[in-house]
Unconditional design. Structure first.
Length: 250
């Protein structure tokens, strides 16, 4: 048991050190170059984010080989869509950033004021989770560019419950992402993610590297309404999303 905990500790430290040393040694100058010289800064920052987290997950897979990752190939090919997924672990949003080079998502407002990280998420065009107060203008600006973002192949991924599930179930959904899909006439993909919480459980600091685990990500449903003739309400879209998840429950 002590050996397992020591290995968990070493892997956890190694992976999270990447966030500091990996950024400053290998990626900081790329972000600075993109900020100063690249015309489409948002796209450049999103690609850098994706590559940064791809390295992180490669490191995690090597150091925690008992966790098998099974990601449906159809997931990686999604483009120009709103992606809805259940939320189990802090690893989940990092995984989606790694999967999609062009991505937007909602980020808790407190992160926008953090040094360096706040600058990166602003440049990346991510949405503040709340559009109140100082974030109103930022939210409106991002909303105005969503249609163009989808046209260029970008994905908006959302964990609409707003927090990690403690029991693996899906709670009440926030309809914000569904309203964006209606506004921009974008398809909605309903995804199911399993067992990331066994690798990195909520409320714990250490990765659980010594247990056998299978992490999966797959498409449950693709919702593409006939927007030209009958635009469904957000409530109807929510019912469709919840029905997809209900069909997976034992």
């Amino acid at each position: 048991m002590k050996v397992d905990r020591l290995l968990d500790f070493l892997v956890t430290i190694l992976c999270w050190v990447w966030f500091i040393l990996g950024f400053f040694l290998f990626f900081s100058w790329l972000y600075l170059g993109a900020a100063m010289f690249v015309k489409n800064k948002e796209a450049a920052f999103q690609r850098l984010n994706s590559h940064f987290y791809q390295v992180f997950f490669c490191l995690l897979r090597v150091t925690a080989p008992r966790h098998k990752w099974v990601i449906n190939q159809e997931v990686a090919s999604i483009r120009s869509a709103v992606i809805v997924c259940n939320h189990l672990s802090y690893l989940d949003p990092l995984l989606f950033i790694a999967l999609f080079e062009r991505q937007r998502t909602l980020v808790k407002t407190r992160f926008f004021s953090m040094p360096v990280f706040g600058w990166i998420i602003k440049k990346s065009g991510y949405f503040p989770a709340s559009g109140e107060g100082q974030f109103t203008r930022m939210m409106l600006k991002q909303m105005q560019t969503m249609e163009s973002f989808f046209q260029k192949g970008g994905n908006l991924f959302i964990f609409p419950e707003g927090t990690r599930s403690r029991d693996g179930g899906v709670g009440n959904l926030n309809r914000g992402a569904l309203k964006i899909a209606r506004l921009c006439k974008a398809p909605i993909y309903v995804l199911q993610l399993t067992h990331t919480n066994k690798l990195f459980p909520p409320g714990r600091f250490l990765f659980q590297t010594r247990i056998k685990n299978r992490i999966t990500l797959r498409i449950l449903d693709r919702i593409e309404p006939d927007y030209q003739h009958q635009v469904p309400s957000a409530a109807v879209l929510e019912q469709r999303v919840m029905a997809a998840y209900a069909g997976q429950q034992p």
